[in-house]
Write a protein that binds this ligand. Structure first.
Ligand SMILES: [Zn+2]
Length: 118
């Protein structure tokens, strides 16, 4: 089910994140919470999503005032993608940030060069 308040897709009848009970079936264009990343990972993820043609919303967790106080490096961002793109976006996030349990081998390569070149 889909929680309109916090944009999470949840299995439960009640949202475990914000306790919202009024959940509904997700629709294709619904923005869904994808992941939360720090400043560095945010840049990487933005690039990858763009390369894969996945539209996304980015929301900073701190207000601008906070970011000035602690510095942009500590800023965290939340990413939201349309429900219809959520699965592919999740797969990308997993590829990017998953702790390598299998020696960090990527399941597929599509000829692109996402890493920096020397
Ligand atoms: Zn919720």
């Amino acid at each position: 089910m889909y929680c309109e308040k916090c944009y999470h897709i949840v299995e439960e009848a009640r949202c475990p994140f914000c306790k919202n009970r009024r959940l509904r079936e997700p629709e294709g264009k619904d923005p869904c919470f994808l992941t939360e990343q720090d400043y560095v990972s945010t840049g990487i993820l933005e690039d990858v999503l763009q390369q894969n043609g996945i539209p996304f919303l980015k929301k900073a967790l701190m207000g601008a005032g906070m970011a000035i106080k602690v510095g942009p490096m500590l800023e965290r961002n939340r990413f939201y993608v349309p429900f219809e793109q959520l699965e592919s976006a999740e797969a990308l996030v997993e590829e990017l940030f998953s702790v390598s349990e299998e020696d960090g081998e990527l399941p597929e390569e599509d000829g692109g060069q996402p890493e920096e070149e020397e």
